[in-house]
Each structure stands twice: as structure tokens, then as C-alpha cells.
Design a protein around this ligand. Structure first.
Ligand code: AHR
Length: 530
């Protein structure tokens, strides 16, 4: 067991939790749409073909926004294929994922579904094979009230009222040589700027996201952002970051420090935004939209699945990147959420990529069940509890936070935590223990007298399992367990700090919910057990 001492001081709160940080992503890819959210023959499907069992889990996840329709898919997509009578929609090749796209779900169906799910729609335009005109057209079709050919076509197709989509992505991963219509930073910067100008003429209320780098290891990372911002600063509202992590060659220590990698990635992009004169205090600030983030076993995809999928066959809704997530993966997802919250002053939104079946917290089987993967839990709990202002807990002046060495990121803290202070006085605390074999005894001084523990839970290796244990259709052993007496609060007196004592298991991610309670008396120092 090792010890950690932290301090939560409300005076150090530095930003409000952006609710859009709990976004997610549905791409026309694999079984995300078809057999994921949409399966007309499924017993739970409604009259429009949407699976209600999946929809229930999506609601339970508590996400706020949803990016659509891609991803790599969007760089070859014609949005017009997905509107109008379904029996007249064309079947097309989707070259990005070597599949056949039936277009049975398009803008209208997805906007309806997103509304049912309580998700704000974030729509990506194709700046791969298409350009300014098609970006302007889909915006006019979606958002212009009426009286033009495109808006009246939307009305004729059943949507009398505009969809009112506010968030728009200007293409996807254009820096990647794998992208359909891949471009240099200069080519993309100009195209994004001109698309942005026209889109804002059509609807000044839109918020636009310029495409940043596909990952921090891209050889063009940094230069790409600088060039794109040279062209687009003042026109766009966000620049994207895509960040996927995986355990490579059994190096669990580095994998568990992925949040440290994300911290550095976000801080570098924030510096570039500042250099471009688009920092938070400028007239037209640019936020960071972490459009896609998650654990994704890309090596497995590149070496095993891709050669299998990219054959002469063009399947419909094939099984693509359906990663089964373990306890370790869930702990990393939890720690990535800690990192996103820690940068709430710069991260304007973020999307867990993706939502159903494709590297997703929710899985479903055709004509079968839907279930929560391990990664569902940290996301759901953070989205539910994180509210108000963010505090990055400081190390106690008498005790440095222990660190460990990683091959990939160098030194990283063993315990990684963040807290949010809600306006009603409640506090949420999220804590990752990255040690693979040692429990952590954590003492947290909270400069607030009247608080009590409402719920303290941890996600860790389940009894009888190991760090590779997963949830599947038949068994779902991974989830939260109560910390019980391992979470103990010693309330402070009128002027003093309360002290929370937590003992969290090795390899765990924990969420603690504290509510404000009227102060009773200075002598009332009885321990408050969960
Ligand atoms: O989320 C899967 C893929 O990852 C997306 O299509 C692409 O944008 C990224 O490379």
C-alpha cells in the first residue's frame, strides 16, 4: 500500500465543466448504425426501426452530444443520398471502410434518433471528395427555415421545422494519408477557411470545428495546427484533437499513463492556439474539440482485421473494430476523463468514439441483447456527477504525489484525480490508481466544512477475474462496487477542512460523491461511513 495526500481548495477552481465534454460519436461504419442503433427486425425496434434496448442504454450513458456521420466515412459521403424516400435512396460503395452503404439511415432519421436520445447533433461535412458547395448545401437544407429549393426539399421530405444544427465539423482527419481526399495543411487550411466563411454567411449561429491532427504522433503535428489556424482563426470556433490509446507489447504501465499523454497533447495544442492569437481571452477564441478519443486496439485492426476486411468483398454492416473492453481499458477511459476535465479551461467539447458496437461502451447483437461494456461505467458516472467548477487537487505541502516510470511518457503520477464543485455545494471526485499491484491510501483535505459522503464506488478487478476481464453478452462482471468503510470522512469544524480518507484498490477508477450538509457542531467529528 502506498500513501497519497491531496488538497482540494475551492479557491483554485479554474473553469466550469463544459457539458459538451460528454459527447459521443456515431459513424456509418461497421455495425454502429445498422444493427447498432437501427435494426427494424429486432424485437425491440420501434416503428421507425430504432432499437429501444440500445436507445435505453444510450440514455443511461448520459452523453450530451453526438458527432455524425463520420469519421473517415464522411470524406466520401454524399449527404443527398440519405434524404428523401427510402426506397429511392442509392446503395453506394463506402471506400473508407470497404463496405456497402444502403443509406436507409440519413440526416432525417438520425436527427430524430438523436432527439429521442437527448443528444445535440454535431454534423460533419465532406471536405474530402467534396467541398464548399456541398457543405453550404447541407447546412441550408438542415437549418434554413423555408422558401429556398433546399429548405423546401427538407420540408417536402417531412421536416417542416429546420433541424437547427449548431455544431459543424469541417471534414475529418484530412492530415492522414489514409483519408479520402487527404490534403496538405495549406490546401486544407484554405478550403476550411472558405467553407467556414460561406457557412457563416448562411447561418451565423453555427459553431465550426477545423480539423486538427489525427494524433500527436503524426509527423505534421504542430505545423498542421499552426498552418490551419493561420487560415481559419477568426472563422472557426474549435480545432479538433483525435486521441486513441492502446496497450502495446504488454506495457500496461505506459497504457495506464495515457492520461498523462493526453495532458501533454492538449497543452501543446493550447500553446499553438495562443500563439495563433486565438486564446481564451481573445475576441474570437478557439476551443479544443476532442472530436474522437478512446481506447482503440489499432494494432489489432491494422495487422489482423484490416487485411481480413479489405478484400475483394464489399459487405454490408460488417463487424469492424468491435473491441471488447477490459477492466484495464475502463480504468484508462476513466483517467482520460480526468485529463479532459483537468483541461476544462481549453477543451470546449469531446466525443467518446464511438457509441455502439464500433469501439463502443454499448454493444449489441442482431436479434439479440444489448449490454454495457466496462468503459460504459466511468463515462456514465462522470457525465452524471461532474458539474459546476473544476479543481485540480494539489499535492499536500508535506507529501509529494508518488510517481512511477513509464517507457512511453516518462514519469507519471501513480494517483491521478480531479474534482468538480457544483453550485449547490456538492462535490464530485474522480480518482485513478494506476498501480497494477498496490492499493492506495489517499487522504484528501477538502477546504469545506459541511460535506458528507453520499456514494463512493470503485471499478476494479472483479472477484475471480483479472485485469483482462471483460463484459460480454453472457456475463457482465465489470462494474462499480461500493467502497464501504474504505471511504471515510472526518468533517471539519466551522473554519476547518474536512478530511476524506479513501483506500482504493490497485488498478482502479473511483468516483466519490459528496453533498453539502448543514454544519452541526464543532464537537460532531464522528466518522461518516458510506
Ligand atoms: O473512430 C474510427 C475512426 O477513427 C474514424 O473513422 C476516424 O476519424 C478515426 O481514424
Amino acid at each position: 500500500m502506498f500513501s497519497v495526500r491531496l488538497v482540494i481548495d475551492p479557491d483554485t477552481a479554474f473553469a466550469r465543466v463544459p457539458r459538451r465534454i460528454f459527447g459521443t460519436f456515431v459513424e456509418h461504419m461497421g455495425r454502429s448504425v445498422y444493427e447498432g442503433i437501427y435494426e427494424p427486425e429486432h424485437p425491440s425496434a420501434d416503428s421507425r426501426g430504432f432499437r429501444q434496448d440500445v436507445l435505453e442504454l444510450v440514455r443511461e450513458l448520459g452523453a450530451t452530444t453526438v458527432r455524425y456521420p463520420g469519421g473517415n466515412f464522411v470524406s466520401g459521403y454524399r449527404w443527398e443520398d440519405g434524404v428523401g424516400p427510402r426506397d429511392q435512396r442509392p446503395v453506394r460503395l463506402d471506400a473508407a471502410w470497404h463496405s456497402v452503404e444502403t443509406n436507409q439511415v440519413g440526416l432525417h432519421e438520425f436527427a430524430d434518433w438523436a432527439q429521442d436520445a437527448g443528444l445535440e447533433l454535431m454534423y460533419a461535412v465532406n471536405l474530402g471528395t467534396r467541398g464548399i458547395e456541398s457543405a453550404a448545401d447541407v447546412l441550408e437544407y438542415a437549418n434554413h427555415p423555408s422558401g429556398t429549393a433546399l429548405s423546401d426539399r427538407r420540408r417536402a421530405n417531412g421536416a417542416e421545422q429546420p433541424f437547427g444544427i449548431r455544431l459543424w465539423c469541417l471534414g475529418n482527419e484530412v492530415d492522414g494519408p489514409w483519408q479520402i481526399g487527404h490534403k496538405t495543411a495549406e490546401e486544407y487550411g484554405r478550403l476550411a477557411a472558405e467553407s467556414a466563411r460561406l457557412m457563416k454567411f448562411i447561418d451565423p449561429a453555427v459553431e465550426l470545428v477545423a480539423a486538427g491532427s489525427s494524433n500527436a504522433e503524426m509527423p505534421t503535428f504542430g505545423e498542421w495546427e499552426r498552418t490551419v489556424l493561420q487560415h481559419t482563426a477568426g472563422l472557426v470556433d474549435h480545432i479538433s484533437v483525435h486521441a486513441y490509446y492502446e496497450e502495446s507489447d504488454g506495457d500496461a504501465a505506459s497504457f495506464l499513463a495515457s492520461g498523462t499523454g493526453l495532458d501533454r497533447y492538449l497543452e501543446t495544442v493550447a500553446e499553438i492556439i495562443d500563439e495563433a492569437g486565438a486564446g481564451p481571452d481573445t475576441e474570437h477564441p478557439v476551443g479544443i474539440s476532442v472530436d474522437e478519443w478512446n481506447v482503440w486496439y489499432q494494432r489489432r485492426w491494422n495487422e489482423i482485421d484490416k487485411p481480413r476486411v479489405m478484400t475483394g468483398e464489399w459487405p454490408e454492416a460488417p463487424r469492424l473494430i468491435e473491441d471488447a473492453y477490459s477492466v484495464t481499458d475502463a480504468v484508462v477511459v476513466g483517467s482520460l476523463l480526468v485529463s479532459l476535465l483537468r483541461h476544462a479551461d481549453r477543451v470546449s467539447m469531446a466525443n467518446l468514439a464511438q457509441l455502439v458496437n464500433v469501439i463502443a461502451p454499448i454493444r449489441s447483437e442482431p436479434d439479440g441483447p444489448a449490454w454495457r461494456q466496462s468503459t460504459f461505467f466511468p463515462f456514465q458516472r462522470t457525465a452524471q456527477l461532474a458539474a459546476g467548477r473544476v479543481v485540480d487537487p494539489a499535492a499536500h505541502p508535506d507529501a509529494a504525489v508518488p510517481v512511477y516510470d513509464t517507457a512511453r511518457y516518462g514519469s507519471a503520477p501513480l494517483v491521478d484525480a480531479v474534482a468538480t464543485l457544483n453550485d449547490d455545494g456538492s462535490i464530485a471526485l474522480f480518482v485513478t490508481n494506476r498501480s497494477l499491484d498496490e492499493d492506495a491510501s489517499i487522504e484528501i483535505e477538502i477546504a469545506a466544512a459541511g460535506v458528507r459522503v453520499v456514494r463512493a464506488q470503485t471499478l476494479t478487478v472483479p472477484a475471480g477475474g483479472d485485469r483482462h476481464t471483460i463484459n460480454d453478452a453472457d456475463a457482465q462482471p465489470v462494474g462499480f462496487t461500493d467502497l464501504g468503510s474504505a471511504a471515510r470522512l472526518v468533517p471539519g469544524d466551522a473554519d476547518g477542512a474536512s478530511v476524506l480518507h479513501l483506500t482504493v484498490p490497485a488498478l482502479s477508477w473511483s468516483a466519490v460523491e459528496l453533498a453539502s450538509t448543514p454544519h452541526t457542531s464543532a464537537s460532531d467529528t464522528e466518522d461518516d461511513h458510506v
